[in-house]
Design a protein around this ligand. Structure first.
Ligand code: APR
Ligand code: PHB
Length: 399
């Protein structure tokens, strides 16, 4: 390392921008392979851990987390789920994931906990991370020696490297850096949001329940046997301040119907927020020495619980490609990364879009479109083949 007090500079094989689950998991897998990566994160560790997101892990995700060595708490605290329920206009259909997929299941374990486990591991192994790094900028990605600059405590740092990975989420700078370099984007925004609450009350059911009701979608989920996560579809223009806890519980109960409502245990919310729903894909995922991963490259509406799982498959593909690049001196993997990841991303986008379309109330829908929603559910109820397709996608397509 070459540094002066005024203009510190350093060198790492890889610079990862963003310490969300994508950046931390990639950092972990590279560290295990003996590849040296620096992570630059704009926020503080507490801020990163304060974000509440979904919590359903595919078996493939659990396998990658196991390979990364962060599966201990996940195995003791994660809740295996063999199925989930769809409740459409009062009719219930259980999707038996295990039976329909030849034994596959999902694990309910909060994304915040995955992030915490990865952070703890990174701290324990002493791998390099800079939190509260401001003004991160990426330079010379078309050259074999790109570099990244950032400001920490008022001092500008320069990090040279071989590879830069943008794991900086939907609002990060990596994708913006290549906006005029042939990046193509595909997007759908949905005309509603999800109002979610977290409460320290036992879940109303041991499995997740996805509800389609004339008043709008609802979801009954959980983080543990003592902590529940519930959502109701709301207007995009709505404000969380309009929703007292009592109003939320009343609305949830109306949508889930009397049989489930009887089991909803209410209590004070410990978090309450509104999130918009979006489908988004950027192509390609490689620009010279810069690679896009996770939410920096794609967003799915949360209905299929695919966001984190898709980030993990990107990371798996890119980490093996980078192992090939650094340890075997072969570019074959990094040349293939974009096409390989996009193939799986588009299938997950399709699934998330179809679950969203099936289960939400669309005010703009014509009578024909409403009948199509109903026919889709009727097909699911009557066709094991249709249920198998749903189950196969929910437990996760092969990585
Ligand atoms: N410089 C450095 N860090 C940045 C910058 C920047 N300019 N911009 C954003 N970041 C950081 C954010 O503060 C955040 O911690 O990048 C991180 C990105 O993390 P996530 O948004 O969690 O994205 P990712 O790691 O890809 O996680 C994917 O998160 O949103 C869910 O559904 C998604 O579950 C999926 C998972
Ligand atoms: C959640 O528990 O937050 C959750 C679960 C399943 C989803 C979305 C969110 O599809």
């Amino acid at each position: 390392m070459n540094s002066t007090p005024d203009n510190p500079s350093s060198r790492h094989q890889v610079v990862i921008i963003g310490a969300g689950p994508s950046g931390l998991l990639l950092g972990s897998l590279l560290h295990r392979a003996g590849i040296d990566a620096l992570i630059l994160e704009a926020r503080s560790p507490d801020y990163v851990l304060g974000r509440i997101r979904a919590g359903v892990l595919e078996q493939g995700t659990v396998d990658v987390l196991t390979r990364a060595g962060v599966d201990e708490r996940l195995r003791s605290e994660g809740l295996p789920h063999d199925g989930f329920a769809l409740c459409v206009d009062g009719e219930v259909l259980r999707i038996d994931l295990k039976a329909l997929t030849g034994g596959k299941t999902v694990t309910v374990y909060g994304q915040t906990e995955v992030t915490r486990d990865l952070m703890d591991q990174r701290r324990a192994v002493g791998a390099a991370s800079v939190y509260e790094a401001a003004d991160v900028a990426i330079h010379d990605i078309d050259c074999p020696n790109p570099f990244v600059t950032y400001v920490k405590d008022g001092v500008t740092h320069r990090v040279s490297c071989d590879i830069v990975v943008g794991c900086d989420g939907f609002h990060g700078i990596s994708r913006r850096t290549v906006a005029d370099k042939g990046l193509e984007t595909f997007e759908r925004t949905y005309p509603f949001g999800w109002l979610g609450i977290l409460a320290d009350v036992p879940p109303c059911s041991h499995e997740l329940i996805y509800v389609a009701h004339e008043r709008g979608f609802a979801l009954c989920s959980m983080r543990s046997p003592h902590r529940s996560r519930y959502y109701v579809q709301c207007d995009l223009s709505d404000d969380v301040r309009n929703w007292s806890d009592d109003r939320f519980w009343d609305e949830l109960r109306r949508r889930v119907g009397p049989a489930v409502a009887d089991h909803v245990v209410t209590g004070p919310s410990i978090e309450k927020s509104i999130a918009p729903l979006r489908s988004f894909v950027a192509e390609p995922l490689r620009f010279g020495r810069l690679f896009l991963v996770g939410d920096a490259a794609h967003i799915v509406p949360p209905t299929g619980a695919k966001g984190l799982n898709l980030a993990v498959s990107d990371v798996q593909y890119l980490s093996s490609a980078l192992e090939e690049f650094f340890l075997e001196r072969s570019s074959a993997g990094i040349d293939h990364y974009s096409a390989q990841a996009l193939d799986r991303i588009w299938k997950a986008e399709r699934f998330s879009w179809s679950m969203t379309t099936l289960l939400h109330r669309f005010d703009s829908y014509s009578p024909f479109e409403k009948r199509m929603q109903r026919a889709e559910f009727a097909l699911l109820r009557s066709s094991q083949a249709a249920q198998s397709v749903m189950a196969e996608n929910y437990v996760g397509l092969p990585i």
